[in-house]
Design a protein around this ligand. Structure first.
Ligand SMILES: [Zn+2]
Length: 454
């Protein structure tokens, strides 16, 4: 079998009866938005916003589609849905039921952050509900005249790759792909129908140039060591965490350490309303958990709950946590310390040696999270949103390996499982990551096709 053409950072990819066009994330990580036109039928896959320092204009070509397909509920894939609807889009929105549930929580939160009134946010959610068409994994539906099937992507709850077919063409959009053996989630699909070639595969490349070195065991061991150290210092452990995915993965690892007695039971506060809402959503969709998580549940152990786990709903209860002595763990948003309840805890805890700030995700350049790390290295001060400058005397720790994205080897394995892919359009990665994957992958694919070990 021939190996596919791997094409980095290119907007347009031809089909015999149409075209795949990357309207966003062609040369960057965020803002995923892909227009698929086949036989005069047009579908938009994802409608994301650019985040951090990345930028994008809302593209006109997104508006004249006959359906919207959402791969998962992260804002860089759905954040522009309100703009699309505002500009007159009133066609069906297809997604898995879990993605629709997460999308509603996350879009309502994001509209609030942008200053929309509760009434306007509620009006949008009602509109979204009216357009929503839930579609389970593995079932094929008619989406504006094209056949649409979702396949597990293993990235966050409900995440899917979207397969679209006309009578003449077949396209697969990966969505974000998760790591193998991620807690809670089933692995990305590797079983595809082999009856037709796949003309274009649109594939994410967040880590197209990297291998993740950390295994589950490494993560558990590192987390145990960080927490044991904090407990011995009677420290408060402040964990800035993203509400969707990261918070639940973290709870899973904490549950494992607590239930197996590897760390003593200390209070753990989930101090993020959105994190709580998403965690409840995860629990509602237990049937799509992976086998390991289902085995725990069958065994009587809720993998997202344990003794001494507290939910902090109200803002005033969040403030009260500051008067509680350590050791304790506080998980709060936002993940890069740009806002949310973590700010108050950091303001209070950063000047104290009896604080550990545990970063569980990448801190982009220029974010408050990164500035805290830099201030800690030189023993300096930092100013957070709306607060006084504070000296950083807290211990700073980092937990590596919690990424929700496949590394290059996992991306390659996913791609290799697709029979007879003709062209692979890379997106959702910076230019270096896309170039690195485009340079590395073909030789690996040729080696495996000829039976040589890669
Ligand atoms: Zn994502």
């Amino acid at each position: 079998m021939r190996t596919p053409d791997i094409v980095p950072h290119t907007e347009a990819h031809p089909l015999v009866d149409g075209e795949v066009r990357l309207l966003g994330a062609a040369r960057q990580v965020t803002g995923a938005m892909t227009r698929v036109e086949m036989g005069k039928r047009r579908v938009l896959v994802d409608c994301g916003v650019a985040q951090g320092r990345e930028k994008m204009e809302f593209p006109d070509a997104a508006r004249d589609v006959d359906a919207l397909v959402l791969t998962h509920g992260h804002l860089d894939h759905i954040g522009n849905v309100p703009t699309l609807v505002e500009r007159g889009f009133d066609k069906p929105i297809f997604a898995t039921r879990a993605t629709l549930a997460i999308a509603k929580i996350s879009l309502e939160d994001s509209l609030g952050m942008q200053g929309a009134s509760d009434r306007d946010a509620a009006r949008f959610i009602a509109r979204f509900d009216a357009l929503a068409r839930p579609l389970p994994y593995g079932r094929t539906a008619d989406a504006a005249g094209l056949s649409l099937t979702f396949h597990e992507a293993g990235h966050i709850l409900g995440s899917a790759s979207a397969e679209l077919q006309s009578s003449e063409s077949r396209v697969i959009v990966s969505g974000d792909l998760g790591r193998k053996d991620s807690p809670i989630l089933r692995d990305a699909n590797t079983e595809w129908a082999a009856d037709k070639p796949v003309d274009v595969v649109v594939m994410e490349t967040t880590y197209g140039g990297r291998d993740h070195a950390h295994t589950h065991d490494d993560i558990e061991r590192d987390l145990e060591a960080i927490l044991r150290d904090a407990i011995s210092r009677k420290a408060k452990v402040l964990i800035p965490s993203f509400a969707i995915g990261r918070t639940q993965t973290l709870l899973y690892f904490l549950n494992t350490l607590v239930e197996s007695g590897r760390i003593p039971e200390i209070p753990v506060a989930i101090d993020t309303p959105m994190g709580l809402a998403i965690t409840e959503t995860y629990k509602r969709f237990q049937p799509i958990f992976d086998k390991e998580a289902l085995d725990k549940i069958a065994d009587g152990d809720d993998p997202l709950d344990f003794e001494n786990l507290f939910k902090v709903e109200r803002g005033k209860d969040s403030a009260r946590l500051r008067d509680v002595e350590g050791p304790m763990i506080i998980i709060a948003g936002s993940g890069m310390c740009t806002g949310g309840r973590i700010i108050g805890h950091l303001q209070d805890g950063l000047p104290s040696e009896r604080t550990t700030v545990l970063f569980v995700g990448y801190q982009a350049e220029g974010t408050p999270g990164r500035r805290i790390q830099q201030a800690a290295e030189r023993g300096g001060k930092v100013r957070l949103k709306g607060g006084e400058e504070v000296l950083v005397r807290a211990k700073i720790a980092r937990l590596k390996g919690l990424s929700a994205h496949a590394d290059r080897g996992e991306l390659l394995d996913w791609l290799r499982a697709i029979p007879d892919a003709r062209r692979v359009a890379l997106h959702h990665g910076d230019v270096e990551a896309q170039d690195a994957f485009a340079a590395w992958a073909p030789e690996q694919l040729r080696a495996s096709a000829s039976g040589r070990p890669s």
